[in-house]
Design a protein around this ligand. Structure first.
Ligand SMILES: [Zn+2]
Length: 98
């Protein structure tokens, strides 16, 4: 998703651009005057923006209760859904105790 604002390059500074980038929005100054905001990750943007309508979770992690949103990875085990962090916590490297 892209949105271009004419003659707006003087309205944003580097700090704004860095904060926006952390929310998944790339700021592109086209010709020294116009700024294009390119939303790279709509889900991250919606979660970070206080004015955005909060997205509906698709399912909830059976272990930690984290709401899993559209486009996120999750695991289904024994007909229960688990977020990717809980799945990572269950991964071990097998070692012999010899
Ligand atoms: Zn979880």
């Amino acid at each position: 998703m892209k949105e271009t604002f004419k003659n707006s390059a003087n309205l944003i500074n580097l700090e704004d651009a860095i904060k926006s980038y952390a929310l998944g929005i790339a700021s592109i100054v086209n010709n020294g005057r116009d700024v294009t905001l390119k939303i790279e990750n709509v889900n991250a943007y919606l979660k970070g923006c206080p004015n955005a309508k909060q997205p509906q979770g698709v399912t909830v992690c059976a272990d930690c209760g984290y709401e899993i949103y559209e486009g996120e990875q999750y695991a289904k085990l024994d007909n229960k859904d688990f977020c990717i962090d809980c799945v990572k916590n269950c991964i071990h490297i097998a070692e012999n105790d010899k």
